[in-house]
Ligand binder design. Structure first.
Ligand SMILES: C[S@@+](CC[C@H](N)C(=O)[O-])C[C@H]1O[C@@H](n2cnc3c(N)ncnc32)[C@H](O)[C@@H]1O
Length: 347
C-alpha cells in the first residue's frame, strides 16, 4: 500500500510539517483525556501489566490550549466535505466543543457511545459512555454511505429496520477484551472504527488519526483498504503500534465485512409524478379485502418506495387515514376509498 504516513511525532507540529491543507478525507481521533491517564487502570479495575508504557497525557490546565491547537490543524488538513469524529469523555468535552466551534467546521451529529466495563463507583452512577462528535468541513461533497452496512429494507427479529437502528445516535458497542495482549491504555474497539470508516469514507480515501495510541484506526483503515495517516508522540507506543500495524494485511477486513442486501426502495425520496400517483390510486383500489398494512407493504414493493412515503401520498390524496376512529393499521380495506381527509388525520 502506497502513501502510508505514520509519524512518531507531536500531531500539531507534525501535521504542519507533513500534511497539506485540504488533503485528508476523514479524521478519527481519540485525544488524551487530560485526567491523569496513569490512574485509568484504577478506574477500570484492570491488570496493567500488558499495557505499554509511554502514554503521553496532557495536563488539565493545558487542555484548552492543546484542544484549540490540534483541532485547528485537523480542520486545516481536512478536505472540504471531509468528516472528523472526535471521541471524548465528559470531563474536557467543553474544551473540545469550544475548539470545534472556533473552526469553520460544522456539526453533523453528537453521538453517545455506550460501552461495557463502566468506570466502577459506589456512591454515584456508573459512567459507561463516551461522546463522539461528528463534524464536517463545508464547501465540498461529504461522504456518508447510508447503506454501507444494512440495506433499506432489512429487518431485525423484532421487524424494525436494521438500517435505522444502525444509524441511531446512541451506539452500543462493547470494548474489546484482549487478555494477555499488549495494548495501548485506551484502545478503541475495531467494530466502532469499522462503522465510522465505512459510513464516512470510500476505498482509497485517506484516514488520519492525530493520536494513534495502539494504532487501532490505522489498522482498521488498512483492513478496509483506506490509506492510514497519523501521529503518535510516544516512542514506545509508536514502536509497539507500528509493529502490530505491520502484522496486518492490506484489506484483511474486506472478506469478513457484512454485505448489505440490495436496496428495494429505489424510488425513495424522489418526487411523485402524476403518472405514478394515478398508478398508486389504481393499485390501492385493487387491494380490496387486504389489511391496510398489507396493502401498503405490497404497493411499496411494487413502486420501489418506502412504506411511509406511500402512506403519506395516500393520505394526501385522501385515500387513507391512520387512526382508530375510522380505521386502524390492521383494518381491512372494504370499500376502497376511505372518508377521512388529511386534516382529520392530523387532528
Ligand atoms: C487515548 S490514546 C489513543 C488511543 C487510540 N485511539 C487507540 O485506539 O489505541 C491517546 C494517545 O495520544 C498520544 N499523544 C498524546 N499527546 C500527543 C500529541 N501531541 N501528538 C500525538 N500523540 C499524542 C498518547 O501517547 C496516547 O497514546
Amino acid at each position: 500500500m502506497n502513501n502510508i504516513r505514520l509519524f512518531n511525532e507531536d500531531c500539531i507540529s507534525g501535521s504542519k510539517k507533513h500534511i497539506e491543507d485540504n488533503s485528508i478525507d476523514l479524521i478519527i481521533s481519540d485525544p488524551p483525556y487530560g485526567i491523569d491517564g496513569n490512574k485509568l487502570d484504577k478506574h477500570y479495575n484492570r491488570n496493567e501489566s500488558f499495557v505499554i508504557d509511554g502514554y503521553v497525557e496532557v495536563s488539565a490546565s493545558e487542555y484548552k490550549k492543546f484542544s484549540l491547537k490540534w483541532i485547528k490543524e485537523a480542520s486545516r488538513i481536512l478536505r472540504p466535505g471531509g468528516s472528523v469524529y472526535i471521541i471524548s469523555g465528559y470531563t474536557n468535552l467543553h474544551h473540545v466543543l469550544n475548539a470545534l466551534h472556533s473552526t469553520d467546521l460544522t456539526e453533523v451529529n453528537h453521538m453517545i457511545w455506550k460501552y461495557n466495563f463502566g468506570v466502577h463507583t459506589t456512591k454515584k452512577y456508573i459512567s459507561s459512555h463516551y461522546h463522539i462528535l461528528f463534524w464536517q468541513k463545508p464547501k465540498g461533497t461529504p461522504t456518508f454511505n447510508t447503506y454501507c452496512r444494512y440495506g433499506d429494507s432489512e429487518l431485525g427479529e423484532d421487524s424494525s429496520s436494521l438500517n435505522y437502528k444502525d444509524r441511531e445516535d446512541v451506539f452500543i458497542i462493547n470494548r474489546e477484551y484482549k487478555p494477555g495482549e499488549t495494548k495501548n491504555k485506551n484502545e478503541l474497539p475495531y467494530n466502532l472504527l469499522k462503522k465510522l470508516i465505512l459510513y464516512s469514507s470510500n476505498c482509497g480515501d485517506t484516514v488520519c488519526d492525530m493520536f494513534l495510541g495502539g494504532f487501532s484506526t490505522a489498522i482498521v483503515a488498512k483492513g478496509l483498504n483506506r490509506i492510514p495517516v497519523g501521529f503518535e508522540i510516544s516512542p514506545s507506543a509508536f514502536r509497539s503500534g507500528l509493529s502490530k500495524f505491520n502484522s496486518f494485511e492490506d484489506g484483511y477486513l474486506i472478506g469478513e465485512t457484512r454485505v448489505p442486501e440490495k436496496n428495494k426502495k429505489i424510488n425513495g425520496g424522489k418526487s411523485w409524478t402524476e403518472e405514478e400517483r394515478s398508478n398508486l390510486k389504481e393499485l390501492y383500489l385493487s387491494c380490496k379485502g387486504m389489511s391496510k398494512k398489507d396493502a401498503i407493504d405490497s404497493i411499496s414493493e411494487k413502486l420501489g418506495r418506502g412504506r411511509w412515503g406511500v402512506e403519506k401520498e395516500l393520505i394526501k390524496m385522501g385515500l387513507v387515514i391512520i387512526g382508530n376512529k375510522n380505521g386502524s393499521k390492521t383494518d381491512v380495506i372494504s370499500s376502497g376509498l376511505t372518508t377521512r381527509s388529511l386534516n382529520d388525520y392530523y387532528n
